[in-house]
Design a protein around this ligand. Sequence first.
Ligand code: PDD
Length: 287
Amino acid sequence: MSIAYLNGEYQPLSEARISPLDRGFLFGDGIYEVIPYYNGKSVGLMPHINRMIDGLAAIEIKCNKSADEWKALLDNLIARNAEMGENLGVYVHVSRGTDVKRYHPYPDGVEPTIFCFCFGIKDPEPVDRTQVTQYSLVSTEDLRWQRCHIKSTALLGNVMHYQEGYSTGADEALLYNADGELTEGSSCNVFIVKDGKISTPIQDNQILPGITRRIIIDSIKADGSLSLEERTITMDEVRDADEIWITSSSKEIAPVTKLDGNAVGNGEVGEIWEQAFKIYTASKYDY
Ligand code: PDD
């Protein structure tokens, strides 16, 4: 049985309850994280915690847990759920809390609601171009808000874009802004490869500063054998790319072989993907 954490208490997930006046429920007024653990070892735990602390500060939710307290809480939750499987994701959610009425401004004197639970995740994909799962994407204009760097629980814009892909049998939606520049996916970041060079959009308000994205950039730079640049990428470049990858805590680095029904590059998983995934896999637990 899955054990959840809700406001200081550990309890079966199926018994966890919040008020319908919680601002997370009414307004999507909260911040969340999804953190992977493989065989009890986390990937990017402190960067995830620090991103959440930054997100809470950005929307002025006062939650006075330190990064070390968060780490202890999440490690403890993983240990309590060990029987759920070897590979677990932890969902962490902090909303502004429960007010006595529905009223837009931030209320005073309200305690944040803290909710965390675990769920099973798949084994990592093999570092093998011939075996790895391939993804098919559709592209669509990014119609979300202008603060995509905040990992808000208000995900309707992302959900609607995801559904655009899902309803047509694609695995994800790849998004571009009004100037025809790549932003990210509806639940992931994006990298492209052309002539052996890896590029990904710069970190600004149009994308989530993905932890997987960060680990990929840092580990590839530390390794030194591949070229990687953060820069503006046009959709013409995306359509002309040899490789496209989507990245997230649940997908790690996933190769895309179809975009809008057309083959990406030669239609096969690329060699640079394999080299990059090898570098990432060798160092992901160091972050
Ligand atoms: N999605 N961009 C968006 C819009 C995302 O929702 C995510 C993560 C990412 C990748 O971030 P990270 O590498 O830190 O997981 C990029 C999570 C997993 C989700 O909503 O379930």
